[in-house]
Design a protein around this ligand. Structure first.
Ligand code: IMP
Length: 428
């Protein structure tokens, strides 16, 4: 089903249900690659009656024989990845020989996590609602050219030197700027050199590995985390994550050229959700919000936070389709709308008497705009047992056709429940 090298990305604010779709597509590929973000992500996969939640390790690990890569664009918390590796091993999943981490991936250090919390508190009323995993501060150091890379863990002299300089700066910030306790250099050094021993066999030059695999005609799936609207360049800045989840990020975050990418699939939820703060034009009023949250079990896989819920926003998704060059869509959680008598789709934003059909760059407009809705009659019957497109209710098809028409991409996968088999393929 996955013909050629594919990038799979979220088209909304994350949590589109990418984990399940990646898991399905992974069956047909040789390599699965994470290219950005860190353990702020949470990909839920249900196999039979067992649920797995993966934060850093590509979901492909659940398929025996697949090579899973954590690319240079990811920020890795060694403690978190070792936890995840242990958890998978204890559940009988093979890691040795299946998982490789880029030498060039930057490390999340204990001071990044402390700074993430301190900065967030310092923001007062304009909090970003980060996951507190140290993601933003780790990328800040990467771009600031003071970050510590995975490869540095294996050269004690380089590691110690970089750590010393960082602790000096970060303790100044933590103590003097934020009035908190600083970190202890020797403690971190000891701890991270221990991690180095445990991670040694998993660290490699993954860009070389991938390019060799491509030459050998192996098939690669690039697994995006978060979503387009959380992209640091194209999302609702500053209420975004610190990396590039968009398809372009797959090249810089994995070390492959754009010419090797054959296909881009965007994942969209049949409605919209968002965790954390920031503008959300189609957000529902509290009562309906809660109803959709309960029906869709909309609670964060990483932080457990309740997700904000709203109607499908075709303005945002059309923008995401263009930025990512997504020719195909996977629509998830369609069954969650089974009991809605009227379903709304946002087709434009209205602000100061002007209608915006394209997503505005001015965050103020996104914050204050009034969504323009088109109402679609709900199908009011169960769909989670359906496996063929033709068997979907006519009103469901009408909703899906409308989405395609408004966003300009073809739906090729429909998910009607969390299980692998609760999936409808349209291009088979
Ligand atoms: P950070 O990535 O922890 O810095 O958080 C920045 C913003 O991105 C916050 O609003 C988070 O809630 C959001 N975010 C980060 N990762 C995810 C994710 O995997 N799904 C949904 N939202 C996310």
């Amino acid at each position: 089903m996955t013909k050629g090298n594919t990038v799979l990305i979220g088209m909304q604010w994350g949590d589109e249900g990418k984990g399940k779709i990646i898991d399905i597509l992974a069956a047909d590929v040789d390599y699965v690659v994470r290219y950005q973000g860190g353990n702020n992500a949470g990909h839920t996969v249900v196999i039979g009656d067992t649920q797995y939640v993966l934060h850093l390790i590509p979901s492909g690990i659940l398929h025996p024989g697949k090579i899973c890569i954590i690319g240079n664009g990811v920020v890795v918390d060694p403690w978190a990845i070792l936890q995840e590796m242990n958890e998978l091993t204890s559940r009988g999943i093979k890691i040795e020989g299946s998982l490789y981490i880029s030498e060039n991936a930057h490390l999340i250090m204990p001071y990044h996590k402390l700074l993430d919390i301190a900065k967030e508190e310092h923001r007062g009323t304009v909090k970003l609602g980060t996951t507190h995993r140290g993601i933003g501060p780790a990328y800040t150091d990467k771009i600031g050219r003071v970050g510590i890379k995975m490869v540095d863990l294996f050269d004690e002299e380089v590691f110690s030197e970089k750590l010393k300089r960082n602790v000096l700066e970060k303790n100044f910030l933590l103590e003097k700027m934020y009035g908190r306790e600083g970190v202890k250099e020797e403690e971190i050094k000891k701890q991270y050199l221990e991690y180095a021993k445990l991670l040694k066999n998993f660290v490699a030059d993954t860009s070389v590995m991938l390019n060799e695999a491509i030459s050998a005609k192996k098939i690669i799936l690039f697994e995006g985390a978060q979503g387009t609207m959380l992209d640091v360049d194209f999302g609702t800045y500053p209420y975004v994550t610190a990396s590039n989840p968009i398809s372009g990020g797959a090249c810089t975050g994995a070390g492959v050229g754009p010419t090797v990418i054959d296909k881009v699939i965007g994942v969209v939820k049949a409605y919209t959700t968002r965790v954390g703060t920031g503008p959300f034009p189609t957000e529902l009023e509290p009562e309906l919000n809660e109803k959709l949250r309960l029906k869709g079990k909309e609670y964060g896989a990483t932080t457990g936070r309740p997700r904000r819920c709203g109607w499908f926003d075709a303005v945002a998704v059309r923008y995401a389709v263009n930025i990512n060059g997504a020719g195909n869509l996977a629509v998830t959680k369609l069954d969650v709308l089974d009991e809605a008598d009227i379903i709304k789709i946002c087709t434009g934003y209205k602000y100061n008497g002007k209608v915006f059909a394209n997503f505005p760059s001015n965050i103020r407009i996104v914050e204050k705009c009034e969504p323009i809705y088109e109402d679609i009659e709900g199908w009011m019957e169960p769909t989670s047992h359906i496996r063929k497109y033709d068997e979907l209710p006519e009103k469901t098809k009408k909703y899906l056709n409308k989405l395609e028409e408004l966003v300009g991409a073809k739906i090729s996968i429909i998910s009607v429940g969390p299980k692998r088999e609760q999936t409808i393929f349209l291009d088979k």
